[in-house]
Design a protein. Structure first.
Length: 185
């Protein structure tokens, strides 16, 4: 399999188990691209800057550049590549922040594509925890979950909800869906 049909996005609100699931799949040999937001927050904190700054549009621009770089680098990897969020997440994020969505974000979401199947980790209050990079309240986490899914649908993606299950069960579920969505991988 070649091209962006090998690229599988995992999205949803913070604290839904995406990172844990992607790490488990990466341990089994899948290539994985890091989440822009978490990576940028960590980098900003390392230099004493506020995690996201005061301007959601500026933070979104930083995430867009990071995601574009991830998309480009993934072209050079073999087999299925897992993305912790994708371009449509940025559209959902800006809308959630009541910020206008610039045309170049729409263009990026239209042009830099992933497999039609997008894994959505639903809000899962029982596992939600704050950490050094995740400071949203449970209500903000739920709102994020609700904001990103419509953005993916808008760009023509098929939503596949991850089960609220153990990591092992989720890994088996994802493997099955990827095998069906990209059988020659």
């Amino acid at each position: 399999m070649t091209g962006t049909e090998r690229f599988f996005v995992f999205t949803g609100g913070p604290g839904t188990g995406k990172l844990t699931l992607i790490a488990a799949l990466a341990a089994e040999g899948f290539a994985a691209m890091p989440e822009a937001g978490r990576s940028l927050i960590r980098a900003r904190q390392a230099i004493g800057a506020s995690p996201r700054g005061d301007d959601p549009a500026f933070f979104a621009e930083l995430m867009l550049a990071f995601d574009m770089r991830n998309h480009d680098e993934a072209q050079r990897l073999a087999g299925p590549v897992l993305f912790d969020r994708g371009m449509p997440d940025l559209v959902g994020y800006l809308r959630l922040m009541n910020t206008s969505v610039p045309d170049h974000f729409i263009n990026a979401a239209r042009r830099l594509r992933y497999n039609a199947v997008v894994f959505v980790a639903p809000h899962w209050p029982q596992i939600y925890r704050n950490d050094g990079e995740r400071d949203q309240s449970p209500a903000e986490a739920a709102a994020t979950s609700e904001a990103v899914e419509p953005a993916y649908r808008e760009f023509g993606y098929e939503i596949v909800r991850l089960p609220l299950a153990t990591v092992t069960e989720r890994v088996a579920f994802v493997r099955e869906v990827i095998a069906a969505a990209a059988p020659e991988s």
